[in-house]
Design a protein around this ligand. Structure first.
Ligand code: BGP
Length: 471
């Protein structure tokens, strides 16, 4: 389908940008904050920083919010650190930590920026991890209690809530993200039991949100992408559908419909890794209803039929992440796509396809909570950062998002990653995504000065014009 006009985005479209607490805040033990699994990590690749200071947003949030207002943001998607609110995960509340997010939210509202809050973004309290983490059902109760505190405190100010960031990536690539470290001994069976507990926790949190805050909207925030077959061979088509069921629909079918996707469930059963349901789980899952679906999108996958040998595993599109599963699917490079500096395939048209696929399945409004380009930016004399490659990436994706809106997809907003530079989940501070450059190196913090990149001025115009022109 070719398009000639700029399709209209919905009135009040939420032009935004994203961050997460442990990647941007720093202040890792300030004001009574407890350690999270991210603070406890010791697996930072050589030459890359930890998260102790990050972008020091904890201390500079007012300056940062002023910049985001200048950028013209209508919304800012950030996460709350569970360990600031309840330092050990399930014990006493921490008034100073609660006060920090009141200050941040008030600052955003004072600048006319709508806060979009992720309740949990990869940073489980270490104290809960020590007690079994998501393998323990007690963590479900701890999460629901934590959710209740957030609704009580911020419910009068926050309209949009996200439950758990990229639960599917935590299960599929936990070691890389630092949530189930190397040598943790977690088997696939353990992981899918943990996954089930997270799904129950999410369902209960969504139900609680609707009960306490009837005006609020809440949804899941997985990483969802289209999966292409490598060819028109029926076996490739089937492998792509299998991987999509395991990677995408397992998570959204439960979140939206309260039941497991049949293909994903049969995969779990055949491998002997299906989770055990406790009494009440099915009711809790069935009772929850998200108001929208948030999703993160960076690249698509292309998949061929499995060979049944170890050759099925190992395609790596990103340093340290291998995908493919013996006898299930084999990931291949897509010859039609270029890659970025980190080997990630770049696929703007796939963004449009992904929008349509999700909307077609669930008919809920969609909110993009991440999309962006990691790159080694250079700060030039005169405080200039020429990130035209980022502008190109974002323009192409926004164009495809507009086309998806023209296809009939209901899109609430777009929050690219990231609002300002922050520390990558596993590739350090040199891998930058922000509209605002934060002047620090991996180990030299310098003055952490904020500098507007070229993409900042470009995005400012995009927001003002409510979109980009079609080519
Ligand atoms: C997503 C995470 C973010 C962020 C982003 C970029 O998976 O939700 O937290 O890290 O990916 O990834 P990276 O930092 O590995 O480049």
């Amino acid at each position: 389908m070719n398009d000639i006009d700029l399709p209209r985005l919905r009135p009040g479209f939420l032009w935004g940008a994203s961050t997460s607490a442990y990647q941007v805040e720093g202040g890792w033990d300030a004001d009574g904050k407890g350690p999270s699994v991210q603070d406890a990590r010791t697996d930072h690749p050589e030459g890359t920083t930890d998260f102790k200071v990050a972008s020091d947003h904890f201390h500079r949030y007012a300056e940062d919010v002023a910049l985001l207002a200048e950028l013209g943001l209508k919304a800012y998607r950030f996460s709350i650190a569970w360990t600031r609110i309840v330092p050990d995960g399930d014990g006493p509340e921490n008034a100073a930590g609660i006060a920090f997010y009141h200050r941040l939210i008030d600052e955003l509202l004072a600048h006319g920026i709508e806060p979009i809050v992720t309740m949990y973004h990869f940073d489980l309290p270490q104290a809960l991890q020590d007690k079994g983490g998501w393998g323990s059902r007690a963590t479900i109760d701890a999460f629901v209690r934590y959710a209740g505190i957030l609704f009580r405190e911020y419910g009068g100010k926050v309209r949009h809530w996200l439950t758990i960031n990229e639960q599917n990536m935590m299960i599929l690539h936990g070691a890389t993200i630092g949530v189930s470290g190397e040598g943790s001994g977690d088997t696939q069976r353990d992981l899918y039991q943990q996954n089930h507990h997270m799904l129950v926790a999410q369902a209960r949190a969504m139900a609680l949100c609707h009960e306490l805050l009837p005006q609020a909207k809440i949804g899941p925030a997985p990483n969802i992408v289209s999966v292409y077959p490598a060819s028109s061979a029926p076996e490739d088509v089937l492998a792509a559908a299998d991987f999509s069921a395991i990677r995408n629909w397992l998570y959204l079918d439960v979140a939206v419909h309260g039941r497991y996707n049949p293909t994903a469930w049969s995969y779990l059963v055949k491998r002997g890794i299906a989770p055990v349901f406790a009494e009440g789980d099915q009711t809790a899952l069935a009772a929850a209803r998200p108001d929208f679906i948030a999703f993160n999108y960076y690249f698509t996958h292309t998949v061929a039929a499995p060979t049944g040998s170890s050759a099925d595993v190992g395609h790596t599109g990103d340093a340290g992440i291998s995908i493919g599963e013996v006898g299930v699917f084999r990931a291949v490079r897509n010859p039609h796509l270029k890659t970025n500096a980190f080997g990630w395939e770049v696929d703007p048209v796939g963004f449009r396809a992904t929008f349509r696929e999700i909307y077609d399945r669930y008919r809920l409004p969609l909110l993009v909570t991440e999309n962006g380009l990691g790159a080694f930016d250079t700060l030039e004399d005169g405080d200039v950062v020429r990130d035209d490659y980022r502008v190109e990436y974002l323009a192409e994706h926004i164009r495809q998002m507009q086309l998806a809106a023209g296809d009939g997809v209901d899109i609430l907003g777009y929050c690219p990653w990231s609002a300002i530079d922050l520390v990558s989940t596993h590739q350090g501070a040199a891998k930058r995504y922000g509209f605002v450059y934060v002047d620090r190196d991996e180990f030299d913090l310098k003055e952490l000065r904020r500098v507007r990149k070229d993409s900042f001025f470009w995005y400012q115009e995009v927001i003002a014009r409510n979109g980009v022109p079609l080519p």
